[in-house]
Design a protein around this ligand. Structure first.
Ligand code: NAD
Length: 478
C-alpha cells in the first residue's frame, strides 16, 4: 500500500524498499540513472509543449522542488510523466450576438488535468488574455492545490478570452449560454464541477448553471460558487481571502512574527483581494494598497472598514474602476499604470493575476524590507522571483497552498449539496480555518521530511504530488 504523506517520515523505509523493488523490476527498461531520467523528462515536456511559456514555468516550478524526491524514489517518475499531460483538453468556438446585433466569436477552454482523487474541479476565468497555455498552467497548479485540501477532488481549469468589462447583463447572459451549450456535455456532479475565477462571479455562475440545467434537465451540484438561495455555501465568496490570511498567520506564528500592527501591500481589487483586506483588518493588520489592470491606490494610513465597504460597492457597479476611490478619499494617492510592489511594507499579498511579481518587483520588495509574500492569486510570482525570496530568507507561501481556501469551501459546498443541507457561516468558517491549518502542517511536515526545513513551497509541492502519484499508481496505467 502506498503510504500517506502524514505517515511518511515513520515509513520512509517502506519508500526505500519500494524504490529498490522498482529498480529491480525495471532494470531492463530504466537503464539510465534517475537524475538523467528526470532531466530527459523535463526536456521532453519542454519539446512537447513548445511555446507554452506559462505552462512550462508552472511545470518547472514543481519539478525544481520534486527533483531530489524523484531521484531518490524513481518509482514516481512515471506518474509525474503522466501527470504533466492533462487527461483531456477541450477548446471550442463560442459564437454569440451582442446588443447591436453583431456576431462575436470567442474561444472557450476546459482542461481536465487529473482525476486520481475525484471528479475534476476548478474555476472558469473570463479574461481577454486567456489562452491554452495559461489554462493548462492553472489546471496543473490545481492538481497540487486540490490534493492538499484532502477533499477528494480532481483538478481542472477553464474559461474564455471573452472580456465582460463594459458588456451589458444581456450580453454576459448570451455569452454564458453559448459557452455552456458546448461545455455542458463534459460536466456533472460526479464528472467535472466548475466554479468562478477572474470575472466569473455569482452572476456568471447563475447564467452558466441556468443553461446547464436547461440542457441536461438536472438540478444538481455541477457548479460551486452558487448563490445562497439555490445551493451556494456560506463563506464561499470570502473563502479564498480569509483562507489566505489564516494560512499567512500560521506561517508567521511558526516564524514567531505577527501580522498584527504591520503594513501590507495587497494587489488586485476583486473577490480575493477584498476579503484578504477584510480579514487583515480583523487581525489588526494595516492594508495599504489595492490595484486593478489600470493602476493602484495607496492609502497611507491603511484602509478602514468604511473604505472597504465603499470599494465593495464600487466593484458591484459596472464601471467600478479603482481610480474612482480617489474622489471618495482625501488621503489616497492613485498611480496609473503601476503595480503596488514599490510601496514600503512588511508583507505582500499578490491577489490579482499570474506573473505580476518578476525578479524586478521581488528585489524592490526586498530592498524595502518585506518579511513575507503570500500568494492569493494563482502563479503571481515568476520562478526567478520565488528563488530570490527564498535566497533572501523572505517567507514565501505559494498560491497552491495559501489560496486553497476557495476550492476547499467549494468542496464543502459539494458536500452540503449532496446532503441537501446548508451549514451556518460559523460552521463553514471553522472548517475553513482547520483546512488551512492542515495544509500548513502537511506542507511543513513534507518539507521537513525531505530536507527542506520550513520551505512551504517545496513542502506543498511534495505533499500535493505524493497523494496524487500514489493514487495514480494504485489505479493503474490509465
Ligand atoms: N475566486 C477564487 O475563489 C480564487 C481562488 C483561488 C485563486 N484565485 C486567483 O486569485 C486571483 C484573483 O481572482 P478573483 O477571484 O479575485 O478575480 P476577480 O475577477 O474578482 O478580480 C480580479 C482582479 O484582478 C485584476 N486584474 C485583472 N487583470 C489584471 C492585470 N492584467 N493586471 C493587474 N490586475 C489585473 C482585476 O482588476 C481585479 O481586481 C486570480 O489569480 C485567481 O485565479 C481565485
Amino acid at each position: 500500500m502506498p503510504v500517506s504523506v502524514t505517515q511518511r517520515s515513520e515509513n520512509s523505509h517502506i519508500l526505500e524498499l519500494k524504490a529498490k523493488a522498482y529498480s529491480t523490476s525495471h532494470s531492463g527498461v530504466a537503464k539510465k540513472a534517475p537524475e538523467q531520467q528526470v532531466e530527459d523528462l523535463r526536456r521532453a515536456v519542454h519539446a512537447r509543449n513548445e511555446g507554452e511559456r506559462e505552462f512550462l514555468d508552472a511545470v518547472d516550478e514543481v519539478l525544481n522542488t520534486l527533483r531530489p524526491l524523484l531521484v531518490k524514489y524513481p518509482q514516481y517518475i512515471e506518474p509525474f510523466e503522466r501527470l504533466v499531460e492533462p487527461e483531456r483538453q477541450i477548446a471550442f468556438r463560442v459564437s454569440w450576438i451582442d446588443d447591436n446585433g453583431n456576431q462575436v466569436v470567442n474561444r472557450g477552454y476546459r482542461v481536465q488535468a487529473n482525476s486520481a482523487l475525484g471528479p475534476y474541479k476548478g474555476g472558469l476565468r473570463f479574461h481577454k488574455d486567456l489562452n491554452m497555455s495559461v489554462v493548462k498552467s492553472l489546471a496543473f497548479e490545481q492538481v497540487f492545490k486540490n490534493s492538499l485540501t484532502n477533499l477528494l477532488i480532481g483538478a481542472a481549469k477553464g474559461g474564455s478570452d471573452f472580456d465582460p468589462t463594459g458588456r451589458s447583463d444581456g450580453e454576459v447572459m448570451r455569452f454564458c449560454q453559448s459557452f455552456m451549450t458546448e461545455l455542458y456535455r463534459y460536466l456533472g456532479p460526479d464528472t467535472d464541477i466548475p466554479s468562478g475565477d477572474i470575472n466569473v462571479g455569482s452572476r456568471e455562475i447563475g447564467y452558466l448553471f441556468g443553461q446547464y440545467k436547461r440542457l441536461t434537465n438536472h438540478f444538481n451540484g455541477a457548479f460551486t460558487g452558487k448563490d445562497l438561495n439555490w445551493g451556494g455555501s456560506n463563506i464561499r465568496p470570502e473563502a479564498t481571502g480569509y483562507g489566505l490570511v489564516y494560512f499567512s498567520e500560521y506561517y508567521c506564528n511558526h516564524r514567531r512574527i505577527s501580522l498584527k500592527g504591520h503594513k501590507s501591500i495587497v494587489s488586485g481589487s476583486g473577490n480575493v483581494a477584498i476579503y484578504t483586506v477584510e480579514k487583515l483588518l480583523d487581525l489588526g493588520s494595516i492594508p495599504l494598497t489595492l490595484s486593478d489592470s489600470n493602476g493602484y491606490i495607496y492609502e497611507p494610513a491603511g484602509f478602514t472598514r468604511k473604505d472597504l465597504e465603499f470599494i465593495k460597492e464600487l466593484r458591484i457597479s459596472q464601471n467600478g474602476y479603482l481610480q474612482q476611490y480617489t474622489a471618495y478619499s482625501k488621503t489616497a494617492k492613485y498611480f496609473p499604470n503601476e503595480k503596488p510592489f514599490t510601496v514600503k511594507a512588511d508583507f505582500a499579498f499578490p491577489c490579482a493575476i499570474q506573473g505580476e511579481i518578476t525578479l524586478n518587483e521581488a528585489s524592490t520588495l526586498a530592498k524595502n524590507g518585506i518579511k513575507g509574500v503570500f500568494e492569493g492569486a494563482n502563479l503571481p510570482s515568476s520562478n526567478e522571483a520565488i528563488s530570490f525570496f527564498k535566497k533572501n530568507q523572505i517567507l514565501f507561501a505559494p498560491g497552491k497552498a495559501a489560496n486553497a481556501g476557495g476550492v476547499a469551501v467549494s468542496g464543502l459546498e459539494m458536500i452540503q449539496n449532496s446532503q441537501r443541507q446548508q451549514w451556518s457561516k460559523e460552521v463553514v468558517d471553522e472548517k475553513l480555518r482547520l483546512i488551512m491549518k492542515d495544509i500548513f502542517d502537511t506542507s511543513l511536515k513534507a518539507a521537513n521530511d525531505f530536507g527542506y526545513t520550513d520551505d512551504i513551497q517545496a513542502g506543498a509541492n511534495i505533499a500535493g504530488f505524493l497523494k496524487v502519484a500514489d493514487s495514480m499508481i494504485q489505479q493503474g496505467n490509465v
